[in-house]
Design a protein around this ligand. Structure first.
Ligand code: MRU
Length: 350
């Protein structure tokens, strides 16, 4: 059976970035083509592309596209460098929580620093090579996360996941879903419960879509069903992704992850966070220092263009929450598994 992701999250072709437009999944498979940096920024803001590693890779290609825009008009290095400075500062403002966005732009800036005396075309070529490398590395890292994490999955297991930390949230293969994929590839009998993940339904629309595509056994549940399932003894473990992990192990992930962690603790169910090292931000001490994105009220008051609440009501819509480290059984990375994560254990890994 082909267990490879059939639809790439993104691809580079004809000097453009083509992003699978995840807003329309699963109803429509359509790629959004970006030929200028503003289109890349809009794609991140509007969540055509989403998931921490995927927005990092997208931003890296965004820098390449910004360089290409200048090269089309002139061959002046100073103009190119100042346009890239501006592009970098606009890209990092696209979304505030996932650290992979800042990490990827930083990597692109290092390439710029190294090649700033080179001719403009060489700067472009080096940026493109780096973006492709960030993309390839992400897929390799996810496979290692999958390999390291599969050990945590019993031979027969019922796994709960939240949001989408799959191939489509990354360069390919996925983090939390990468662990599930790897366990299935090893012949384990895995059933996945997927939280629908209100308000934007990444679980229902994207995770369920990925699992169905790959013939992995899946049941969709409403977010509020998770506790009931745990109480009934139907969940063996929980695996989620991360948008940013603070130095002490506190983890920002999709809103609702914290509630799952409290429920898991109450029911004595292990909760694993699967993430690449690029998601660990040693510059923030704890979850309190992580900026939580607040998105617009209409994402909650409406589904698509249909109102699901009175016109007058305003919704509070934080996109992420913080799960304290003490509620996390282990963090699974490409370099190894950190049980009972804390500052010292994470530092040793970096
Ligand atoms: O708002 P989103 O869809 O970008 O949120 C995504 C998540 O919370 C994921 O769990 C996280 O980015 C990890 S993706 C491997």
């Amino acid at each position: 059976m082909n267990r490879k992701n059939k639809l790439p999250t993104m691809y580079w072709q004809d000097n453009r970035l083509h992003l699978l437009d995840q807003r329309f999944l699963p109803l429509k498979v359509e790629y959004r083509s970006c030929e200028n940096c503003d289109q890349v920024i809009d794609s991140i803001k509007e969540m055509s592309v989403r998931g921490a590693p995927a927005i990092g890779i997208t931003a890296a290609y965004g820098m390449v596209i910004a360089a290409g825009e200048v090269l089309e008009k002139c061959d002046d290095r100073e103009i190119l460098l100042s346009a890239l400075d501006e592009a970098a500062s606009k890209l990092v403002k696209a979304r505030p929580t996932a650290v992979n966005l800042f990490w990827a732009v930083e990597r692109m800036k290092e390439v710029l620093l190294k090649h700033r005396e080179s001719p403009p075309q060489a700067i472009f070529d080096n940026l493109l090579e780096e973006a492709k490398q960030i993309h390839d590395e992400d897929i390799k890292n996810n496979r290692m996360i999958g390999f390291n994490g599969a050990e945590m999955v019993p031979q027969k297991a019922s796994v709960l996941t939240h949001c989408n930390a799959g191939a489509l949230a990354t360069g390919g293969y996925g983090t939390a879903l990468g662990v599930i994929r790897a366990a299935v590839e090893q012949g384990k009998d895995v059933h996945v419960f997927v939280d629908e993940t209100r308000p934007l339904l990444q679980g229902a629309r994207i995770t369920a879509f990925e699992l169905i595509q790959e013939d992995i056994s899946v049941t969709l549940i409403t977010d509020s069903t998770a506790g009931h399932l745990m109480a009934k003894g139907k969940v063996d473990l929980i695996i989620v992704g991360a948008d940013r992990i603070a130095a002490n192990g506190d983890t920002a992930n999709k809103i609702g992850t914290y509630s799952l962690a409290v429920l898991a603790d109450y029911h004595n169910i292990p909760l694993y966070v699967a993430a690449p090292l690029s998601t660990i931000d040693m510059s923030v001490e704890s979850g309190e220092d992580i900026v939580i994105e607040e998105r617009c009220s209409s994402e909650v008051t409406h589904i698509d263009k249909y109102a699901t609440s009175p016109d007058e009501v305003v919704a509070f819509n934080p996109a992420f929450d913080i799960t304290p480290a003490h509620l996390i059984t282990a963090i699974i990375t490409e370099k190894g598994v950190v049980c009972k994560p804390d500052r010292d254990r994470l530092k040793k890994l970096m």
